[in-house]
Design a binder for this molecule. Structure first.
Ligand code: F0G
Length: 458
């Protein structure tokens, strides 16, 4: 028998959880318009809405907060963050932002002109929204396997080089300011990109003079998958693998709320000085001075400390194994989930879970609501509601993947909590035919998944 992988930390402070009754949860989800984003966290037992900003900080990070230099300009905490980014990611320059989308906003403004095309390995909601706001068209160039929840390709996040080259042929390299290659790919199920693929993309970019930009939000998780799955990396520390991955890029946007083990913060990093210059000009308008970018000094201290902790091999191994521990329990019960199990979440395949619903009846939204009512576990829809509408035609986009994301916050829940989640999903699976579809009764104009409201179809 294999030695179990237990949490590589002990617990110093606890936050009590409240269990609600079924009646209370039925009322809460009705009041929330059957949208788990609109629930009050007080009414949630195990919160798997997101791994974003929900991390537990270490004792060292809490102490680092006290070291925050709150100077308006030139804060020591900024230089500590800059040093951590240089050392661990390897980029020369960094501009802090309040979170990932702040960095997406800056880079989209700097590099995109109306009429441009921005290829990416599947979309992320805020990333694509910022690209479109600058007048670009997003083009998905991920491999086909990524859209198939049953494919067990080990690197489902890979860019399809032929699709990328076909786009270059069609629109011309001069109309592609950069390719955005995310690590891991959230919407595909937390799927990684291989080192070989990064090299191949770099080679195409070099040939055509196109920049290669990284969404490095969960790059450490990607590095761990490379260590597990790619020839030649088994004995390398995750820290080294991450550095090699980043060496192929010209820069990155970063949501520190994931990998960096903090509750708020992000940054834009790059190697080119003119981009730094532009970013500094923009950041003062939208975020704050270039040495704080919308963050308090203490936040930058916590991120810097988190950057060193995130590349600890024992930490990241447990992180990935905890997600897998939940996913494997579901697989054993025959429940349809996206495979291979990803880095930050287990994704239920709502189309296969609720085959009696059409995609217009929002199966993933309905399943997330039903899970909450069953056990107080909060998950997130990642399907037709998240995909939104085509900005040109106004028609609904019908994504192939209709998923419910059970997202695991870092260092927050124990494996025992995962047992409760697995138990509840299995309960639902037993009486899945009784889960009703939904009808949308309020739709906001953009990023509708955050605030849309629904009613059950009876
Ligand atoms: N890129 C990816 C891949 C993300 O997953 C996120 C956020 C962002 C960019 C934006 O970063 O939230 O700091 O502004 N994802 C969260 C999630 C919201 O729940 O998946 P942000």
């Amino acid at each position: 028998m294999q030695r179990p992988v237990a949490e590589p930390y002990k617990i110093k402070a606890v936050e009590p959880l409240r269990m609600t009754t079924r009646e209370e949860r039925e009322r809460a989800i009705r009041e929330a318009g059957y949208n788990t984003f609109l629930l009050r966290s007080e009414d949630v037992y195990i919160d798997l809405l997101t791994d974003s900003g929900t991390n537990a900080m270490s004792d060292r990070q809490w102490s680092a907060l006290m070291m925050g230099d709150e100077a308006y300009a030139g804060a020591r905490s900024f230089y500590r963050l800059e040093e951590a980014v240089r050392e661990i990611y390897g980029f020369k320059y960094v501009v802090p932002t309040h979170q990932g989308r702040g960095a997406e906003h800056l880079i989209s403004r700097i590099l995109i002109k109306p009429g441009h095309y921005v290829p990416g390995n599947m979309y992320f909601t805020t990333t694509r929204a910022h690209q479109e706001m600058q007048g670009a068209t997003f083009v998905d160039v991920i491999i086909d396997e990524a859209h198939d929840p049953h494919s067990t390709h080990p690197f489902k996040g890979n860019v399809d080089i032929a699709k990328f080259e076909a786009l270059i042929d069609r629109v011309g390299a001069e109309n592609i300011p950069y390719i955005n290659v995310a690590l891991t790919v959230n919407m595909a199920g937390g799927q990684p990109v291989s080192m070989a693929n990064l090299r191949a993309v770099r080679e195409v970019c070099d040939r055509h003079g196109i920049r290669m930009w990284c969404d490095a939000t969960r790059a450490v998780e990607n590095a761990y998958f490379i260590k597990e799955r790619e020839e030649g990396y088994q004995h390398k520390p995750v820290r080294e693998i991450l550095k090699e991955m980043m060496s192929y890029y010209d820069g990155c946007t970063m949501s520190g709320k994931k990998d960096c083990l903090v509750n708020i913060g992000g940054f834009l990093a790059m190697n080119e000085e003119w981009i730094l210059q532009k970013a500094r000009e923009q950041v003062v308008i939208f975020e704050g001075m270039p040495t704080y970018g919308g963050l308090a000094g203490r936040d930058m201290e916590a991120i810097a400390q988190g950057i060193y902790e995130m590349v600890d091999d024992a930490y990241i191994a447990h992180r990935i194994h905890q997600v897998r521990y939940l996913g494997e329990q579901l697989l054993e019960a025959g429940i349809p989930i996206v495979q291979p199990i990803g880095g930050h979440a287990v994704f239920l395949d709502a189309k296969a879970f609720l085959p009696h619903l059409t995609q217009d009846q929002f199966p993933a939204q309905a399943l997330a609501a039903a899970l909450y009512v069953d056990s107080g576990v909060r998950a997130m829809e990642r399907g037709i509601v998240s995909a939104g509408r085509d900005p040109k035609t106004g028609e609904n986009i019908y994504p192939k993947l209709e998923l419910v994301r059970l997202t695991i916050p870092r260092r927050v829940y124990t494996d025992r909590h995962m047992d409760v989640v697995a138990w509840s999903v299995k309960q639902l699976w037993q009486h899945r035919e009784s889960i009703p579809g939904l009808r949308m009764v309020y739709e906001p104009p953009t990023l509708r998944f955050f605030t849309a409201r629904f009613e059950p179809i009876r």
